[in-house]
Design a binder for this molecule. Structure first.
Ligand SMILES: [Zn+2]
Length: 376
């Protein structure tokens, strides 16, 4: 069978340079829409069953985070359900994926994708719980609804907890995390979830950047805008995804926010806090510490030895979501980062950091929220 490469599907991203020699298949990652960022790839290889293939991503050195390729293993799948690691090396600005497909059709991606169809299943299934409602709170640049889930009864005396994910569309682990979080919150046999919902309303945006996800982008929306730099002055014209969500936050109020991401470089799960915002005080400091200390006991995938350096007082960039909201609502507001590589503390040599681990981390957030909800 003749070899072929294709990426004309939801979240697909690759350009073919040369397919003459299976040991030197030459490919290029396409740039994000209206942007110079590139890193997300997702394509289908056909006709290579039993054949040793070497797929060279020739422009990997131009990626947004070239350090993301060090000790990184690409993911592959035959059924798009199980995504396993394949032997990958980064040399001289080229990322080389070397393996022998067991089937004639194999998918290869930067990380296990989370498709728009999966997103629609997630929100439409959630709304069937009596605890949950689904609302469209505005439209993206390309006219898709911005899906917003309310879990709880909107009681004004309860705390308002926000969790949003996937501002950066290539960070698909963020939506896997939301899948775990939402399914546990809606489990009426789960005493922790039931007890949390007695004290809190949960407001969730499982995918902040639907257009970018479908376009196969790493970081930006359909206008080439990085949504996580838009929180100071979002606009309907360039960043409607942030504009409408922030409007809803102001309408409802906020006592807690978590913005869920993936980090290309670091092989750990970690949190980036709001130490540098002007109104960071003793109360926020204490909440930051107890949230971390509790969560890492509940799920040891979370740790605080490795992460971004903390901002000095007053130096936080208020264009960034978690910092902007922490300042505006004077509440605990943080960015969660999961790895594309591994959690080096608890490595999984077959799957690396995976949808399953992201789901379990999302489930575990319920218990960590329950542990601090009274103090928020
Ligand atoms: Zn991100």
């Amino acid at each position: 069978m003749k070899l072929s490469i294709n990426s004309t599907f939801d979240a697909g991203n690759i350009e073919l340079i040369n397919l003459d020699n299976p040991r030197n298949i030459q490919l290029k990652i396409r740039k994000d829409t209206e942007s110079d960022f590139l890193q997300w790839f997702y394509f289908r290889l056909q006709g290579a069953k039993g054949q040793a293939c070497k797929l060279n991503l020739m422009n990997a050195g131009d990626a947004a985070y070239p350090e993301g390729w060090e000790n990184y293993q690409a993911r592959a799948s035959y059924d798009r359900e199980t995504w396993f690691q394949v032997s990958t090396e980064y040399n001289d600005s080229i990322l080389s994926i070397d393996f022998i497909p067991e089937n004639d059709s194999v998918y290869i991606a930067y990380f296990a994708p989370f498709s728009y169809e999966q997103h629609l299943d997630l929100v439409n299934n959630a709304q069937q719980s009596p605890l949950c409602s689904l609302e469209s709170i505005g439209h993206t640049i390309q006219g898709r609804p911005i899906d917003f889930l309310r879990i709880g009864n909107d009681d004004k005396d309860k705390k308002n907890l926000w969790i949003i994910a996937r501002q950066h569309p290539g960070e698909t682990m963020a939506e896997w995390f939301m899948l775990g979080l939402i399914s546990r919150l809606l489990d009426e046999e789960d005493a922790t979830s039931v007890s949390l919902l007695k004290k809190a309303n949960l407001y969730l945006v499982p995918n902040m950047n639907i257009d970018g996800s479908i376009l196969g982008n790493l970081r930006v929306n359909a206008k080439g805008v990085n949504l996580n730099r838009e929180w100071l002055a979002p606009s309907i014209e360039n960043s409607p995804e942030v504009y409408f969500v922030k409007q809803k936050m102001k309408e409802i109020g906020m006592d807690f926010n978590l913005d869920v991401h993936g980090d290309e470089g670091l092989p750990y799960v970690f949190i980036s806090g709001i130490e540098g915002i002007p109104s960071f005080d003793k109360k926020l400091n204490k909440l930051t510490d107890s949230f971390m200390n509790n969560w890492k006991t509940i799920n040891p995938d979370i740790q605080d030895k490795h992460g971004y350096p903390k901002n000095d007082p007053g130096t936080a960039n208020l264009m960034i979501c978690s910092k902007n909201l922490g300042e505006e609502f004077n509440c605990l507001s943080q960015t969660l980062e999961m790895p594309f590589k591994q959690n080096d503390n608890i490595p999984d040599l077959v799957y690396g950091w995976s949808p399953e681990r992201s789901i379990k981390l999302g489930e575990s957030l319920v218990a960590s929220l329950f542990s601090i909800v009274e103090d928020l």
